[in-house]
Design a protein around this ligand. Structure first.
Ligand code: SAM
Length: 389
């Protein structure tokens, strides 16, 4: 069941940007229809209205799919199987509304197929030319291949460690990655996560989808940091890599199980700091850090806190895992970064929204990018940004 929940989590991560893309397209097409109407160009108006209706249908389908996915995840954790959906009433239904657990994988597959269809449509939207935000869904085989490639890459790194690392730190990273993979696949962990999501949903302003789980394999993360197209990031990491405590830090907002902090500290010998709001994630990260990453490795700190409360005065590199964040969180974060992020810092993100949002003298500009595979997308574009000044 842990594996099914993990697949469902990664679907949330794929569906959220699709729903946002269609939401924005719906607003654009509405404005366009209005403009056409006001300009009196009657000939073309019908096609704009049709386009608007199609966008709204796609938006509603993605939102409905997200709701079905949530209901299915609740059912996986022992809740009642949702029965009010026509598309789900079929031969597995025994007539009393209680569907057997064996139907879960089939229902999940159906949602996966519908998600892939919506992603395809979203990629054809004007302005989505490079596929930013919308996933090219990885198959189960390619996910497995990605994990095997990670193990092979880490083993090769023991024989030939990246500069600033050592065989010992690469061996430690292998042990940490194995532990993290075991945690993410366990039913108990997924159940604790869902309970924490429910709690945060009712005690904060954030939606449950804001906390979607995903992971980036080490070799993809490393490739971004060494890619010739991401020179500004490579240089910023070097500035963080030193043995005195005054050096800038490598900070991760939305640090999840700690993956990206462990990667940074053990690969580049930098001080890594993670902020994550979901308690079970931080508890596991901290337990594994305490058991495996003491002296002689650089300090790693995990804070269970809202990133909006994090101090940034020592930040040299800021990694944002922003793909699923609610719009108001992204906007509040943007304002915080403008106010607090040191000018020489470099931001690495899973989208370029930060640069698109502000622009101008007080904004951010894109200074590099690379396309790599991650758990929810075969072709995730990672973007390097700096203050525009
Ligand atoms: C997509 S996940 C990160 C996974 C990461 N992409 C990776 O590949 O390892 C985004 C994380 O942001 C966290 N998050 C969301 N809102 C937050 C907030 N206000 N403060 C801190 N963390 C937050 C979520 O709980 C989630 O773990």
């Amino acid at each position: 069941m842990g594996g099914l929940l993990l697949r469902a989590q990664s679907l949330v991560e794929r569906l959220r940007p699709v729903a946002s893309s269609f939401q924005e397209a719906t607003q654009r097409s509405k404005a366009e229809s209005q403009r056409q109407l006001e300009s009196g160009a009657e000939g073309g108006i019908a096609s704009y209205v049709r386009q608007h209706a199609a966008m709204a249908r796609n938006r509603d389908s993605s939102v409905r799919l997200l709701k079905r996915l949530r209901a299915l995840m609740d059912a996986m954790l022992g809740g009642e199987m949702p029965s009010d959906d026509d598309s789900w009433s079929d031969s597995d239904d025994d007539g009393d509304g209680a569907e057997p657990a064996s139907a879960l994988p089939r229902r999940l597959r159906a949602i996966e197929q519908e998600t892939a269809l919506l992603e395809k449509r979203a990629r054809r939207l004007p302005g989505a030319a490079h596929g930013d935000g919308v996933a090219s869904a990885p198959s189960a085989e390619s996910r497995e291949a990605l994990l095997q490639a990670e193990t092979a890459a880490l083993q090769a790194a023991v024989a030939q460690p990246p500069a600033a690392s050592s065989a010992e730190s690469m061996r430690t990273l292998i042990a940490v990655v194995e532990l993290l993979r075991a945690v993410e696949g366990s039913f108990e962990f997924q159940a604790a996560m869902m309970r924490a999501h429910q709690r945060l949903d009712s005690t904060t302003e954030y939606s449950r989808d804001n906390f979607a789980y995903g992971s980036t394999p080490w070799q993809s993360w490393l490739r971004v940091h060494t890619d010739p197209g991401c020179e500004a990031l490579t240089a910023a990491v070097k500035r963080c890599a030193a043995d005195d405590s005054a050096q800038p830090e490598y900070t991760v907002f939305g640090s999840s199980l700690g993956w990206l902090c462990f990667y940074a500290a053990l690969t580049f010998s930098v001080r890594a700091v993670g902020y994550e709001i979901v308690e079970p994630l931080v508890e596991h990260a901290e337990r594994i850090r305490a058991q495996h990453c003491g002296i002689p490795f650089p300090p790693i700190q995990f804070h269970c806190a809202d990133m909006l409360s994090a101090p940034l005065d020592r930040c040299g590199v800021l990694l944002l895992t922003s793909r699923c964040w609610d719009k108001p969180l992204a906007q509040a974060l943007h304002a915080k970064l403008i106010r607090e992020l040191p000018r020489e810092s470099v931001v690495l993100d899973y989208c370029a929204d930060l640069a698109a949002a502000g622009g101008g003298v007080d904004g951010f500009k894109v200074v590099g990018s690379a396309v790599v595979p991650v758990s929810w997308d075969d072709k995730q574009r990672m973007v390097v940004m700096q203050r525009d000044c």
